[in-house]
Design a binder for this molecule. Structure first.
Ligand code: ATP
Ligand code: BTN
Length: 340
Protein backbone atom coordinates (compact mmCIF):
# COMPACT_ATOMS: atom_id res chain seq x y z
CA UNK A 1 0.00 0.00 0.00
CA UNK A 2 1.50 3.35 -1.00
CA UNK A 3 1.01 6.23 1.40
CA UNK A 4 0.06 9.63 -0.14
CA UNK A 5 3.50 11.07 0.72
CA UNK A 6 5.09 8.60 -1.71
CA UNK A 7 3.19 10.08 -4.66
CA UNK A 8 4.25 13.62 -3.74
CA UNK A 9 7.87 12.55 -3.30
CA UNK A 10 7.94 10.81 -6.67
CA UNK A 11 7.12 14.11 -8.34
CA UNK A 12 10.16 15.70 -6.67
CA UNK A 13 12.62 13.01 -7.66
CA UNK A 14 14.68 13.25 -10.80
CA UNK A 15 16.40 10.55 -12.80
CA UNK A 16 19.28 12.95 -13.53
CA UNK A 17 20.49 13.98 -10.09
CA UNK A 18 20.20 12.98 -6.46
CA UNK A 19 18.07 14.90 -4.02
CA UNK A 20 18.75 14.57 -0.31
CA UNK A 21 16.36 12.95 2.14
CA UNK A 22 16.82 15.96 4.43
CA UNK A 23 15.61 18.37 1.75
CA UNK A 24 12.57 16.23 1.00
CA UNK A 25 11.82 15.85 4.71
CA UNK A 26 12.00 19.61 5.17
CA UNK A 27 9.76 20.29 2.17
CA UNK A 28 6.98 18.08 3.53
CA UNK A 29 7.57 18.76 7.23
CA UNK A 30 8.18 15.08 8.00
CA UNK A 31 11.11 13.05 9.37
CA UNK A 32 13.80 11.58 7.12
CA UNK A 33 12.65 8.12 8.08
CA UNK A 34 9.12 9.00 6.89
CA UNK A 35 10.68 9.93 3.53
CA UNK A 36 12.64 6.72 3.42
CA UNK A 37 9.58 4.60 4.33
CA UNK A 38 7.42 6.30 1.70
CA UNK A 39 10.04 5.81 -1.00
CA UNK A 40 10.39 2.16 0.01
CA UNK A 41 6.65 1.82 -0.72
CA UNK A 42 7.25 3.27 -4.18
CA UNK A 43 10.15 0.94 -4.70
CA UNK A 44 7.98 -2.03 -3.62
CA UNK A 45 5.39 -0.86 -6.16
CA UNK A 46 7.99 -1.35 -8.89
CA UNK A 47 9.54 2.11 -9.24
CA UNK A 48 13.34 1.92 -9.56
CA UNK A 49 14.89 4.29 -7.00
CA UNK A 50 18.62 4.54 -6.23
CA UNK A 51 19.43 5.54 -2.68
CA UNK A 52 22.92 6.60 -1.54
CA UNK A 53 23.78 7.40 2.05
CA UNK A 54 25.16 10.88 1.69
CA UNK A 55 23.54 11.86 -1.60
CA UNK A 56 19.90 10.91 -1.23
CA UNK A 57 17.57 9.53 -3.88
CA UNK A 58 17.50 9.33 -7.66
CA UNK A 59 15.06 7.65 -10.03
CA UNK A 60 16.44 4.80 -12.14
CA UNK A 61 14.33 6.00 -15.08
CA UNK A 62 12.10 9.00 -15.60
CA UNK A 63 8.48 8.43 -14.67
CA UNK A 64 5.53 10.43 -15.76
CA UNK A 65 2.77 10.64 -13.20
CA UNK A 66 -0.72 11.68 -14.22
CA UNK A 67 -1.23 15.40 -14.02
CA UNK A 68 -4.67 16.98 -14.32
CA UNK A 69 -3.28 20.20 -15.81
CA UNK A 70 -1.39 18.38 -18.54
CA UNK A 71 -4.39 16.18 -19.31
CA UNK A 72 -6.66 19.21 -19.48
CA UNK A 73 -4.25 21.10 -21.74
CA UNK A 74 -4.14 18.15 -24.14
CA UNK A 75 -7.93 17.77 -24.15
CA UNK A 76 -8.62 20.87 -26.25
CA UNK A 77 -12.34 21.52 -26.66
CA UNK A 78 -13.17 18.19 -24.98
CA UNK A 79 -12.11 19.84 -21.71
CA UNK A 80 -15.59 21.40 -21.69
CA UNK A 81 -17.21 17.96 -21.73
CA UNK A 82 -15.19 16.02 -19.16
CA UNK A 83 -14.00 16.72 -15.66
CA UNK A 84 -10.86 14.77 -14.85
CA UNK A 85 -9.67 13.90 -11.38
CA UNK A 86 -6.50 11.94 -10.62
CA UNK A 87 -6.44 9.68 -7.57
CA UNK A 88 -3.21 8.38 -6.14
CA UNK A 89 -4.63 5.04 -5.05
CA UNK A 90 -8.09 3.47 -4.97
CA UNK A 91 -9.57 -0.03 -4.88
CA UNK A 92 -11.07 0.26 -8.39
CA UNK A 93 -11.87 3.40 -10.36
CA UNK A 94 -15.10 1.70 -11.48
CA UNK A 95 -16.16 1.04 -7.89
CA UNK A 96 -15.27 4.58 -6.82
CA UNK A 97 -17.03 6.10 -9.80
CA UNK A 98 -20.19 4.11 -9.09
CA UNK A 99 -20.09 5.27 -5.45
CA UNK A 100 -19.78 8.85 -6.65
CA UNK A 101 -22.49 8.36 -9.27
CA UNK A 102 -24.88 7.22 -6.55
CA UNK A 103 -23.91 10.32 -4.58
CA UNK A 104 -24.90 12.46 -7.60
CA UNK A 105 -21.67 12.99 -9.60
CA UNK A 106 -22.37 14.49 -13.06
CA UNK A 107 -21.98 12.71 -16.40
CA UNK A 108 -18.60 13.43 -17.99
CA UNK A 109 -16.71 12.92 -14.75
CA UNK A 110 -13.51 10.92 -15.21
CA UNK A 111 -11.47 9.32 -12.45
CA UNK A 112 -7.98 8.08 -13.21
CA UNK A 113 -5.87 6.27 -10.63
CA UNK A 114 -2.13 5.81 -10.40
CA UNK A 115 -2.69 2.63 -8.45
CA UNK A 116 -5.66 0.28 -8.22
CA UNK A 117 -5.54 -2.12 -5.31
CA UNK A 118 -8.50 -4.22 -6.52
CA UNK A 119 -8.82 -3.59 -10.26
CA UNK A 120 -11.59 -5.66 -11.79
CA UNK A 121 -12.41 -7.32 -15.09
CA UNK A 122 -15.71 -8.99 -15.89
CA UNK A 123 -17.35 -11.51 -13.56
CA UNK A 124 -15.08 -10.83 -10.61
CA UNK A 125 -11.87 -11.42 -12.54
CA UNK A 126 -8.89 -9.22 -11.67
CA UNK A 127 -7.29 -6.51 -13.76
CA UNK A 128 -3.55 -6.17 -13.17
CA UNK A 129 -1.76 -2.85 -13.35
CA UNK A 130 1.32 -1.18 -11.91
CA UNK A 131 2.35 2.28 -10.86
CA UNK A 132 3.36 4.42 -13.84
CA UNK A 133 3.05 1.42 -16.17
CA UNK A 134 -0.67 1.40 -16.91
CA UNK A 135 -3.60 3.68 -17.44
CA UNK A 136 -6.63 2.84 -15.33
CA UNK A 137 -9.61 5.14 -15.41
CA UNK A 138 -13.39 5.31 -15.42
CA UNK A 139 -15.81 7.75 -16.95
CA UNK A 140 -19.38 8.40 -15.88
CA UNK A 141 -22.02 8.79 -18.57
CA UNK A 142 -25.76 9.13 -18.14
CA UNK A 143 -28.29 7.88 -20.69
CA UNK A 144 -32.07 8.44 -20.84
CA UNK A 145 -32.50 4.91 -22.21
CA UNK A 146 -32.73 1.68 -20.24
CA UNK A 147 -29.76 -0.70 -20.04
CA UNK A 148 -31.44 -3.10 -22.50
CA UNK A 149 -31.07 -0.44 -25.21
CA UNK A 150 -27.40 0.09 -24.59
CA UNK A 151 -26.31 -3.13 -26.32
CA UNK A 152 -23.02 -2.66 -28.10
CA UNK A 153 -21.79 0.08 -25.78
CA UNK A 154 -18.69 -1.88 -24.75
CA UNK A 155 -17.92 -2.50 -28.44
CA UNK A 156 -18.18 1.19 -29.24
CA UNK A 157 -15.90 2.04 -26.31
CA UNK A 158 -13.40 -0.54 -27.59
CA UNK A 159 -13.47 1.21 -30.95
CA UNK A 160 -12.68 4.53 -29.25
CA UNK A 161 -9.71 2.92 -27.49
CA UNK A 162 -8.49 1.45 -30.77
CA UNK A 163 -8.78 4.83 -32.49
CA UNK A 164 -6.83 6.51 -29.69
CA UNK A 165 -4.09 3.88 -29.93
CA UNK A 166 -3.91 4.20 -33.69
CA UNK A 167 -3.63 7.96 -33.30
CA UNK A 168 -0.31 7.40 -31.53
CA UNK A 169 1.05 7.09 -35.03
CA UNK A 170 0.12 10.69 -35.78
CA UNK A 171 2.96 13.19 -36.31
CA UNK A 172 4.40 14.35 -32.99
CA UNK A 173 3.14 11.27 -31.25
CA UNK A 174 4.92 8.13 -30.23
CA UNK A 175 5.30 6.60 -33.68
CA UNK A 176 3.26 3.47 -34.04
CA UNK A 177 4.98 0.67 -35.90
CA UNK A 178 1.96 -1.00 -37.40
CA UNK A 179 -1.48 0.35 -36.58
CA UNK A 180 -3.12 -2.46 -38.53
CA UNK A 181 -2.09 -5.00 -35.94
CA UNK A 182 -4.50 -3.59 -33.33
CA UNK A 183 -7.79 -5.47 -33.27
CA UNK A 184 -11.01 -5.78 -31.33
CA UNK A 185 -12.03 -8.95 -29.57
CA UNK A 186 -15.75 -9.09 -28.92
CA UNK A 187 -17.07 -7.83 -26.59
CA UNK A 188 -14.63 -5.79 -24.56
CA UNK A 189 -10.97 -6.35 -25.40
CA UNK A 190 -8.42 -4.55 -27.52
CA UNK A 191 -5.79 -6.97 -28.77
CA UNK A 192 -2.54 -6.98 -30.68
CA UNK A 193 -1.88 -10.26 -32.46
CA UNK A 194 -3.98 -12.18 -29.95
CA UNK A 195 -2.51 -10.52 -26.84
CA UNK A 196 -4.63 -8.16 -24.80
CA UNK A 197 -3.39 -4.57 -24.62
CA UNK A 198 -6.52 -3.02 -23.08
CA UNK A 199 -9.86 -4.01 -21.60
CA UNK A 200 -13.19 -2.31 -21.05
CA UNK A 201 -15.51 -2.90 -18.10
CA UNK A 202 -18.94 -1.31 -18.31
CA UNK A 203 -21.20 -1.28 -15.29
CA UNK A 204 -24.71 0.11 -15.23
CA UNK A 205 -27.25 1.17 -12.70
CA UNK A 206 -30.86 2.12 -13.29
CA UNK A 207 -34.36 0.89 -14.15
CA UNK A 208 -35.20 -1.29 -17.14
CA UNK A 209 -36.73 1.64 -19.01
CA UNK A 210 -34.12 4.21 -17.99
CA UNK A 211 -32.52 6.50 -17.20
CA UNK A 212 -29.26 4.56 -16.85
CA UNK A 213 -26.06 5.51 -15.13
CA UNK A 214 -23.09 3.98 -16.91
CA UNK A 215 -19.57 3.64 -15.57
CA UNK A 216 -17.10 2.99 -18.36
CA UNK A 217 -13.85 1.56 -17.02
CA UNK A 218 -10.78 1.25 -19.22
CA UNK A 219 -7.47 -0.36 -18.42
CA UNK A 220 -4.53 0.02 -20.82
CA UNK A 221 -1.15 -1.60 -20.51
CA UNK A 222 1.43 1.10 -21.21
CA UNK A 223 4.73 -0.39 -20.15
CA UNK A 224 4.31 -3.53 -18.04
CA UNK A 225 7.28 -5.32 -16.53
CA UNK A 226 7.94 -8.85 -17.77
CA UNK A 227 7.18 -10.10 -14.26
CA UNK A 228 3.72 -8.55 -14.34
CA UNK A 229 3.01 -9.87 -17.84
CA UNK A 230 3.95 -13.35 -16.66
CA UNK A 231 1.51 -13.00 -13.78
CA UNK A 232 -1.41 -12.54 -16.14
CA UNK A 233 -3.03 -15.82 -17.11
CA UNK A 234 -3.51 -14.95 -20.77
CA UNK A 235 -1.26 -13.30 -23.35
CA UNK A 236 -0.81 -9.59 -22.61
CA UNK A 237 1.06 -6.85 -24.41
CA UNK A 238 1.52 -3.12 -23.94
CA UNK A 239 1.71 0.20 -25.73
CA UNK A 240 5.49 0.35 -25.46
CA UNK A 241 5.72 -2.86 -27.51
CA UNK A 242 3.61 -1.17 -30.15
CA UNK A 243 5.47 2.12 -30.38
CA UNK A 244 8.98 3.25 -31.17
CA UNK A 245 8.92 5.75 -28.32
CA UNK A 246 6.80 5.36 -25.19
CA UNK A 247 3.88 7.79 -25.32
CA UNK A 248 3.06 10.33 -22.66
CA UNK A 249 0.42 8.76 -20.40
CA UNK A 250 -1.19 12.17 -19.92
CA UNK A 251 -1.55 12.71 -23.68
CA UNK A 252 -2.74 9.16 -24.18
CA UNK A 253 -5.43 9.62 -21.55
CA UNK A 254 -6.51 12.92 -23.11
CA UNK A 255 -6.70 11.32 -26.53
CA UNK A 256 -8.75 8.44 -25.15
CA UNK A 257 -11.21 10.85 -23.57
CA UNK A 258 -11.54 12.79 -26.83
CA UNK A 259 -12.31 9.62 -28.78
CA UNK A 260 -14.69 8.43 -26.06
CA UNK A 261 -16.76 11.62 -26.10
CA UNK A 262 -17.03 11.43 -29.90
CA UNK A 263 -18.35 7.86 -29.88
CA UNK A 264 -20.60 8.36 -26.86
CA UNK A 265 -22.29 11.36 -28.49
CA UNK A 266 -22.99 9.34 -31.62
CA UNK A 267 -24.00 6.23 -29.67
CA UNK A 268 -26.56 8.28 -27.72
CA UNK A 269 -28.27 9.11 -31.04
CA UNK A 270 -27.91 5.93 -33.04
CA UNK A 271 -26.85 3.03 -30.82
CA UNK A 272 -24.36 0.49 -32.19
CA UNK A 273 -25.86 0.35 -35.70
CA UNK A 274 -23.81 3.20 -37.18
CA UNK A 275 -20.57 1.83 -35.72
CA UNK A 276 -21.04 -1.70 -36.94
CA UNK A 277 -19.06 -1.42 -40.17
CA UNK A 278 -16.16 0.41 -38.49
CA UNK A 279 -16.10 -2.13 -35.64
CA UNK A 280 -16.17 -5.07 -38.03
CA UNK A 281 -13.16 -3.64 -39.91
CA UNK A 282 -11.09 -4.51 -36.84
CA UNK A 283 -12.90 -7.66 -35.71
CA UNK A 284 -10.01 -9.88 -34.63
CA UNK A 285 -11.92 -13.18 -34.58
CA UNK A 286 -14.06 -12.60 -37.67
CA UNK A 287 -14.64 -15.90 -39.47
CA UNK A 288 -12.51 -17.74 -36.91
CA UNK A 289 -13.32 -20.91 -35.01
CA UNK A 290 -14.07 -20.12 -31.38
CA UNK A 291 -15.21 -21.71 -28.17
CA UNK A 292 -18.21 -19.95 -26.64
CA UNK A 293 -18.23 -20.27 -22.86
CA UNK A 294 -21.57 -19.79 -21.11
CA UNK A 295 -21.99 -18.51 -17.56
CA UNK A 296 -23.25 -21.94 -16.38
CA UNK A 297 -19.93 -23.52 -17.39
CA UNK A 298 -21.13 -25.13 -20.61
CA UNK A 299 -19.35 -24.43 -23.91
CA UNK A 300 -19.87 -24.87 -27.64
CA UNK A 301 -17.49 -24.83 -30.57
CA UNK A 302 -18.57 -22.31 -33.18
CA UNK A 303 -17.43 -20.07 -36.02
CA UNK A 304 -17.72 -16.31 -35.75
CA UNK A 305 -20.05 -15.03 -38.45
CA UNK A 306 -20.88 -11.40 -37.73
CA UNK A 307 -21.95 -8.81 -35.22
CA UNK A 308 -25.61 -7.76 -35.13
CA UNK A 309 -26.95 -4.18 -35.11
CA UNK A 310 -27.48 -4.41 -31.34
CA UNK A 311 -23.88 -5.51 -30.69
CA UNK A 312 -24.70 -9.22 -30.16
CA UNK A 313 -22.22 -11.68 -31.65
CA UNK A 314 -23.54 -14.02 -34.31
CA UNK A 315 -21.84 -17.40 -34.33
CA UNK A 316 -22.54 -20.49 -36.38
CA UNK A 317 -23.02 -23.63 -34.33
CA UNK A 318 -23.28 -26.71 -36.55
CA UNK A 319 -24.38 -24.41 -39.37
CA UNK A 320 -27.09 -22.67 -37.34
CA UNK A 321 -26.82 -18.96 -36.45
CA UNK A 322 -26.82 -18.18 -32.74
CA UNK A 323 -26.93 -14.64 -31.30
CA UNK A 324 -25.05 -14.29 -28.02
CA UNK A 325 -24.87 -11.16 -25.87
CA UNK A 326 -21.93 -9.87 -23.89
CA UNK A 327 -23.64 -10.56 -20.56
CA UNK A 328 -24.06 -14.25 -21.38
CA UNK A 329 -20.75 -15.52 -22.69
CA UNK A 330 -16.98 -15.34 -22.95
CA UNK A 331 -15.16 -16.09 -26.15
CA UNK A 332 -11.91 -17.96 -26.67
CA UNK A 333 -10.12 -18.78 -29.92
CA UNK A 334 -10.71 -22.48 -30.58
CA UNK A 335 -7.09 -23.03 -31.52
CA UNK A 336 -4.31 -22.12 -29.10
CA UNK A 337 -5.34 -20.76 -25.72
CA UNK A 338 -8.54 -22.14 -24.18
CA UNK A 339 -8.56 -21.15 -20.55
CA UNK A 340 -11.20 -20.90 -17.82
P1 ATP B 1 -14.09 -12.20 -21.79
O1 ATP B 1 -14.08 -12.78 -23.14
O2 ATP B 1 -15.20 -12.70 -20.94
O3 ATP B 1 -14.03 -10.72 -21.78
P2 ATP B 1 -11.49 -12.16 -20.55
O4 ATP B 1 -10.58 -13.26 -20.17
O5 ATP B 1 -10.97 -11.14 -21.46
O6 ATP B 1 -12.82 -12.77 -21.09
P3 ATP B 1 -12.15 -10.15 -18.71
O7 ATP B 1 -12.97 -10.21 -17.49
O8 ATP B 1 -12.61 -9.35 -19.87
O9 ATP B 1 -11.92 -11.61 -19.20
O10 ATP B 1 -10.71 -9.65 -18.31
C1 ATP B 1 -10.10 -10.12 -17.14
C2 ATP B 1 -8.98 -11.05 -17.56
O11 ATP B 1 -8.01 -10.32 -18.30
C3 ATP B 1 -8.21 -11.63 -16.39
O12 ATP B 1 -8.82 -12.81 -15.96
C4 ATP B 1 -6.82 -11.87 -17.00
O13 ATP B 1 -6.80 -13.09 -17.68
C5 ATP B 1 -6.71 -10.79 -18.02
N1 ATP B 1 -5.95 -9.63 -17.54
C6 ATP B 1 -5.89 -9.09 -16.30
N2 ATP B 1 -5.11 -8.01 -16.27
C7 ATP B 1 -4.65 -7.85 -17.53
C8 ATP B 1 -3.79 -6.92 -18.15
N3 ATP B 1 -3.24 -5.90 -17.48
N4 ATP B 1 -3.53 -7.09 -19.45
C9 ATP B 1 -4.07 -8.10 -20.17
N5 ATP B 1 -4.89 -9.01 -19.64
C10 ATP B 1 -5.19 -8.89 -18.34
C1 BTN C 1 -11.60 -6.61 -18.94
O1 BTN C 1 -10.88 -6.82 -19.91
O2 BTN C 1 -12.20 -7.46 -18.33
C2 BTN C 1 -11.85 -5.24 -18.47
C3 BTN C 1 -10.77 -4.70 -17.65
C4 BTN C 1 -11.13 -3.30 -17.22
C5 BTN C 1 -10.11 -2.72 -16.31
C6 BTN C 1 -10.43 -1.30 -15.96
S1 BTN C 1 -9.09 -0.50 -15.14
C7 BTN C 1 -10.12 0.84 -14.74
C8 BTN C 1 -11.45 0.26 -14.34
N1 BTN C 1 -11.44 -0.10 -12.96
C9 BTN C 1 -11.54 -1.41 -12.78
O3 BTN C 1 -11.54 -1.99 -11.68
N2 BTN C 1 -11.67 -2.03 -13.96
C10 BTN C 1 -11.63 -1.09 -15.04
Amino acid sequence: MMRPLAFSLLQDLSHEHFISGARLAEKYGVSRSAVSDALRDASDAGIGIFSLTRKGYRLAAPIELLDVNRIRAALGVTAKRVDVEVLASIDSTNSEMMRRAIAGAPGGMCLAAELQTAGRGRRGRSWHSALGASLTFSMLWRFDKGAAQLGGLSLVVGLAVLRALRALGAPGDAGLRNPDCIGLKWPNDIVVRGAKIAGVLIETQGDMLGPTTVVIGIGINVNLSDALKMNIDQPATDVSALCDRPPSRNRLLARLLQELVIVLDEFRQTGFRTFKAAWCDHHALHGKPVRVLFADGSAVEATVKDVADDGALIVLVKGKALHVTAGEVSLRPAIGKTKK
